[in-house]
Ligand binder design. Structure first.
Ligand code: HEC
Ligand code: HEC
Length: 360
């Protein structure tokens, strides 16, 4: 009996020691060594904060001690809830082009859970903020295909007004501090309209002959895909989207546009029209494509303004039926081709940029 007891006690000590030793080892390897050797990530100067603060800079908390999110923070929750991160990443690696400046771990130190994402079904959004106006984002989120034909992004038109505005606030916060930092000015030069030399230098890249029929034809296709929803298939400013717009899209039949030089057209297409829904196409299209558009816009008849009677709708007939062109427009087209045949037609002269600042 006493012999048995002795064996039993010794039988437990060894396994107990093994268990304690194993757990200690796991703790040291998994917790202590990493904690001592790994670099701690501190918020960088570009880290955004998605919480509300009081006057003393203390984070506001609710009864349960949870930080109260600000508008962008609430939008961040919508972003997570709607699964935007399944299709959009939020990291820019050195080898990534066109997604703006690089990001570092510290830029995200304030954000839990992280939503870096793993897949790029849509473009990376790290530097999406400040790139496009709020109205663009709202329109795009409601109906992506009205803004990017063929887009596979789902429509989020079911979001309530509050969620929608929070979400847009969040999108505009992405990369906001990187954007505002003058150190990054060069990287963002393309986004600043006044960065003239770089802008015009870039425009010369692959510049086609804008007086050729081939360029105008290429432009017509690009126009139908990107511009006709607002400007109408014939450039009369009566596209289906125009109906609901406070500031109507330009009607290119106005004789006013005869005074536009090639460069003025280009500038307008590239920079958009601030305060209206006209996008800054240089963020979406290549210089070459914008020159094709210039070539096309120049061929539109601008002899006499066509007063639009009704807006187009999205049905095939409206879009395809050329006989729905007002007679005056048909006449002008014929006039121009006659003038071209007998050599009396003079297209816009081109040359120096002028009148880019004002509307009319
Ligand atoms: C099924 C994948 C998918 C999901 C989900 C998705 N997107 Fe997109 N997104 C895309 C694709 C593809 C594009 C590129 C075409 C376009 O502009 O619509 C895009 C474009 C965008 C752009 C424009 C980027 C630019 O500068 O042109 C923004 C902003 C955007 N998405 C935000 C969101 C937000 C916010 C959500 C969640 C509410 C979301 N996306 C959900 C696929 C997706
Ligand atoms: C979302 C609607 C929308 C889309 C899409 C759009 N535009 Fe516009 N566009 C406008 C509005 C609105 C104006 C402002 C009209 C004004 O200021 O009177 C405008 C103005 C312009 C102007 C300037 C006219 C001027 O008076 O200087 C040009 C040029 C132009 N658009 C070309 C284009 C081209 C080319 C495309 C396609 C690549 C395009 N637009 C796509 C809405 C749009």
């Amino acid at each position: 009996m006493s012999d048995n007891k002795k064996i039993g006690a010794r039988g437990y000590v060894l396994p107990a020691l093994v268990v304690i030793f194993s757990f200690s080892l796991i703790y040291i390897v998994v917790v202590l060594i990493p904690d001592m050797t790994m670099v701690k990530i501190h918020p960088s100067e570009y880290a955004m904060e998605y919480v509300q603060k009081d006057e003393k800079g203390e984070i506001l908390r609710d009864d349960k001690g949870i930080p109260v999110p600000n508008a962008a923070g609430r939008g961040r929750k919508v972003y997570i809830k709607e699964g935007c991160f399944y299709c959009h990443s939020q990291f820019v690696r050195p080898q990534d082009r066109d997604f703006g400046s690089r990001v570092y771990a510290g830029d995200y130190a304030n954000e839990t859970p992280n939503i870096l994402g793993t897949s790029r079904t849509g473009p990376d959004l790290s530097n999406e903020g400040q790139k496009l106006p709020d109205a663009w984002h709202i329109g795009h989120l409601r109906d992506p295909r009205a803004y990017t034909p063929g887009s596979i992004m789902p429509s989020f038109s079911f979001l309530g007004d509050e969620d929608m505005s929070d979400l847009v606030e969040y999108i505009q916060s992405l990369g906001q501090k990187r954007f505002e930092d003058p150190k990054n000015r060069q990287i963002y030069e393309a986004y600043y309209p006044e960065a003239d030399t770089a802008f015009w230098k870039k425009s010369e890249h692959h510049k086609p002959n804008v007086d050729s029929a081939a360029a105008a034809n290429a432009g017509a296709g690009i126009f139908r895909q990107n511009c006709a929803v607002c400007h109408g298939t014939n450039g009369l400013g009566n596209g289906p989207n125009a109906l609901a717009m406070a500031k109507k899209p330009a009607n290119f039949s106005e004789p006013f546009y005869k005074s536009y030089s090639d460069k003025t057209w280009y500038y307008r297409v590239a920079e958009g029209v601030p305060g209206t829904r006209m996008p800054r196409w240089k963020l979406k299209l290549a210089p070459e494509q914008m020159w094709y558009l210039v070539a096309y816009l120049k061929t539109l008849p601008q002899e006499k303004e066509v007063i639009i009677e009704k807006f187009q709708t999205i049905n095939d007939k409206d879009w395809e039926d050329q006989s729905s062109l007002p007679q005056r427009l048909v006449d002008t087209y014929e006039n121009i081709s006659r003038m071209k045949d007998n050599g009396t037609y003079k297209s816009n002269p081109g040359g120096e940029i002028e009148g880019v600042a004002g509307g009319h």
